[in-house]
Design a protein around this ligand. Structure first.
Ligand SMILES: C[S@@+](CC[C@H](N)C(=O)[O-])C[C@H]1O[C@@H](n2cnc3c(N)ncnc32)[C@H](O)[C@@H]1O
Length: 262
């Protein structure tokens, strides 16, 4: 039997098993019991009670960082605002997604010391680019030597200006629908504007990743009503209802929503 026939047989078997499992699953859910579902979901999140241990485990068993990435993390951690750094496991996921969709033109909204720009640039082809937007040149200056060391500095187009301005300029320059990927990780007050501008700039089939959507879990606590939490809650509801995208809200880092533009 040829390899191709074996593959077909295997695929049919897997398909049949999945269908029967799915049928059983839906039969079992004809009368929904919200309490039981909620309890199950909470039990899935239990590992977050052991955040440190689990973080260490993830680091030891999945981080595939280059030396230069570790060096930039170390340098950033020395900075008083070091905690603004994006999580490496989140960025590794985004790198994999950018590779998967063969991304070339990308947006990094909120550069800080340049970890996300570096991670994204590393998986782009030689002629790829990251339009990296930040208002603070001091922060970006910390990252620049590491971009150079990694040999990807030519892919990063750093724009020091309010990101809304930079993105509007790209729209005015006729670049709508030409970007493959965007990472939104700047001032929360402008998140909705960034999302809409990215929806204009990113092509169909492209991905917009929105960081901090759980905002230290405060979005899930109705008693927390500070301005930033309210903005993120509003954005989450807006994106949830937005039929132009398929979405996944992931409980990774501080929460990231992946929007797959239809
Ligand atoms: C959480 S940090 C970004 C972290 C970064 N993505 C990383 O990989 O480490 C947020 C950044 O947004 C920048 N920022 C704040 N307001 C901004 C604005 N209006 N336009 C552009 N950047 C802004 C801040 O200067 C800061 O560097």
């Amino acid at each position: 039997m040829s390899d191709y026939s074996k593959c077909l047989m295997y695929a049919s078997a897997v398909g049949a098993i999945s269908l029967s499992l799915a049928a059983g699953y839906w039969r079992g859910r004809t009368s929904l019991q919200p309490d039981i579902i909620l309890e199950g979901l909470i039990s899935l999140r239990k590992s977050h009670l052991h955040k440190d241990k689990v973080t260490k485990y993830i680091e030891n068993n999945s981080f595939r960082l280059l030396q230069v990435q570790w060096k930039l993390i170390e340098e950033t951690m020395k900075h008083p605002s070091g905690k603004l750094l994006s999580c490496p496991d989140e960025l590794q996921l985004l790198q994999n997604l950018v590779s998967l969709i063969k991304g070339r033109k990308t947006l990094d909204i909120g550069v800080f010391t340049g970890y996300s720009a570096l991670a994204i640039a590393l998986v782009l082809p030689e002629d790829g680019k990251v339009v990296a937007c930040d208002v603070n040149e001091e922060f970006a200056r910390i990252g620049k030597p590491f971009w150079k060391e990694a040999g990807i500095d030519h892919k990063i187009d750093l724009r020091i200006a309010p990101a809304v301005e930079t993105l509007n300029k790209l729209v005015d320059a006729g670049e709508g629908g030409t970007y493959d990927f965007a990472f939104i990780d700047a001032d929360k007050e402008n998140y909705l504007k960034y999302y809409e501008l990215c929806m204009t700039l990113v092509r169909s089939g492209g991905i917009i990743a929105i960081d901090n959507v759980l905002w230290g879990d405060s979005v899930a606590d109705p008693e927390v009503v500070d301005a930033r939490t309210l903005v993120i809650r509003e954005l989450n509801q807006y994106v949830y209802a937005d039929q132009r995208v398929n979405i996944s809200m992931l409980n990774i880092a501080d929460g990231v929503t992946l929007c797959f533009k239809k």
